[in-house]
Design a protein around this ligand. Structure first.
Ligand SMILES: Nc1ncnc2c1ncn2[C@@H]1O[C@H](COP(=O)(O)OP(=O)(O)OP(=O)(O)O)[C@@H](O)[C@H]1O
Length: 247
């Protein structure tokens, strides 16, 4: 059974239909990225999937007792408030120190527990939010533009971390992103929205689709190929299985 599945899903705010006829499913261990222009319904779809927005038509089915780990695009923390990473990860629920260490290690920042939240770089901060989402041992991670504010190498590194987490824990990942090139390369499947599902498939298929090119132009394919090349090149000596990107 899929972790989350929609059938004929339509979403509406007042009289305005935002999305219609969306058939979507995500399975255990998959990395799926949602792309689409501003206002195309990406965040609304996420909200419907987690149950925060009621369908105007169609259905959303979640696997029983599904655990969702949510990574927001940003979290405002008062910079004058003394708050270590360790304490932040103990809010709102107290966690075992070993669980916190393990989550930070999974998120690629094992050394940060004693640091002040206010002193973290953007990339470190997003990894701490990732660690927080992992503390609940989710079946699926949902990220809504979690790399906003990071530069492209920073975003690429963050998505590689996500791939590693998937490889080591088997968590499924569903994300919305504007970092088309880097995020698409880290995905098994891409869903391109524009009021409906305008195209869907592997990153290569979507980047080649006329519907996608009409929305985003043709620039992405080159960048995608280049990113894949570097990505394979870096790790080819250690890991010849590129089906999941591996590292
Ligand atoms: N609470 C709301 N009430 C009314 N309209 C809304 C509401 N939230 C979103 N919308 C409208 O629904 C449409 C889709 O919004 P949504 O945030 O899902 O798009 P998005 O693809 O995530 O956009 P972006 O890339 O800009 O974040 C937009 O036209 C938006 O103005």
């Amino acid at each position: 059974m899929s972790l989350i599945e929609t059938r004929g899903l339509s979403l509406r705010y007042a009289a305005q239909t935002i999305l219609h006829d969306v058939d979507f499913a995500i399975d255990r261990g998959e990395i799926v990225t949602i792309v689409g222009p501003n206002g195309s319904g990406k965040s609304s779809l996420l909200r419907a999937l987690i149950g925060a927005l009621r369908p105007a038509a169609g259905t959303v089915t979640r696997a029983p007792a599904l655990r969702i780990g949510y990574v927001p695009q940003k979290l405002q923390i008062d910079s004058t408030l003394p708050l270590t990473v360790q304490r932040f990860l103990n809010l709102p629920e107290r966690r075992k120190p070993e669980a916190i260490s393990a989550a930070l290690a999974r998120a690629g920042v094992p050394e940060l527990a004693a640091r002040q939240m206010a002193d973290l770089s953007g990339g470190q901060f997003q990894r701490v939010l990732l660690a927080r989402a992992l503390l609940g041992e989710p079946d699926i991670l949902i990220l809504d533009e979690a790399t906003q504010g990071l530069d492209q190498p920073g975003a690429a590194a963050f998505y590689r971390q996500i791939e590693e987490v998937r490889t080591s824990t088997g968590v499924a990942v569903l994300m919305v992103s504007h970092d088309l090139h880097v995020v698409m390369a880290a995905s098994d499947r891409v869903l391109c929205l524009n009021g409906h599902v305008c195209c869907e498939g592997t990153p290569e298929v979507v980047a080649d689709a006329p519907e996608y090119r009409a929305l985003f132009g043709t620039g992405t394919q080159g960048a995608l190929a280049m990113y894949r090349h570097h990505h394979d090149h870096d790790h080819a000596d250690h890991d010849h299985d590129h089906s999941h990107g591996g590292h």
